[in-house]
Design a protein around this ligand. Structure first.
Ligand code: GRF
Length: 205
């Protein structure tokens, strides 16, 4: 059984999807031990409280001291024996403090097919570029912005009449599936990082 910390800054739908899949028994061998947020008003915190999951809030407003901020997170997480951190709409760049403290134990979901369209407004970037296929990426987190090794990706079509909203909604549906799949692989110990590549080992071997 692995202990997961989910980091949220807002809506929290990816967190909720993980939680639902754990509750349904679709996602096995893991539990969400704590939800962390840098935003006291994050909707995701409410979902956590309703589900009886512990929450930690360290407001990041007016905090420029990113390293110290991340050290506070590390201290706050220590009692939970966290095996995996899932960034789920966590709108803050993590520093090397956190990345090194949880080396290869932090994953993120991004609403684009990386390495295309990193950073903010990925769906709008894709739409403006005129791509015909979009999607989402679950990846390990390193010191860069959306640059870590890719665990898995899901694609969706882009239609001529798509708006940022319609494309985002189509991608979000796949995000909710992709994140649970990636966490399941991690929880089963089936992911092996070899340089930039994440090898998914065969369960039957
Ligand atoms: C998602 O699109 C995720 O890919 C991105 O931020 C959004 C968070 O949505 N990193 P939610 O808070 O999980 O609903």
């Amino acid at each position: 059984m692995i202990n997961i910390a989910v980091f949220v800054s807002g809506r929290g739908s990816n967190f909720l999807a993980l939680l639902k899949n754990i509750e349904k028994g679709v996602l096995k061998n893991c539990q969400i031990s704590v939800v962390f947020s840098n935003n006291p008003n994050a909707k995701g915190l409410e979902y956590a409280e309703n589900a009886g999951i512990k929450t930690i809030v360290i407001p990041s407003k007016n905090r420029q001291d990113r390293e110290n901020y991340d050290k506070e997170i590390i201290n706050a997480l220590a009692p939970y024996n966290i095996d995996l951190i899932c960034l789920a709409g966590y709108m803050r760049i993590v520093t090397s403090e956190l990345v090194q403290a949880y080396k290869n134990k932090i994953i993120n979901i991004h609403p684009a097919l990386l390495p295309s369209f990193p950073g903010l407004h990925a769906q709008k970037q894709a739409l403006d570029y005129g791509v015909k296929v979009a999607g989402c990426t679950v990846h390990f987190v390193d010191e860069g912005m959306d640059t870590g090794a890719v665990i898995l990706q899901k694609t969706v079509p882009v239609y001529d009449n798509d708006t940022e909203e319609s494309l985002s909604a189509r991608i979000l549906e796949q995000e909710h599936i992709a994140y649970s799949e990636a966490v399941a692989l991690y929880a089963e110990g089936l992911l092996k990082i070899e340089g930039r590549k994440v090898i998914t080992m065969d369960k039957s071997k």
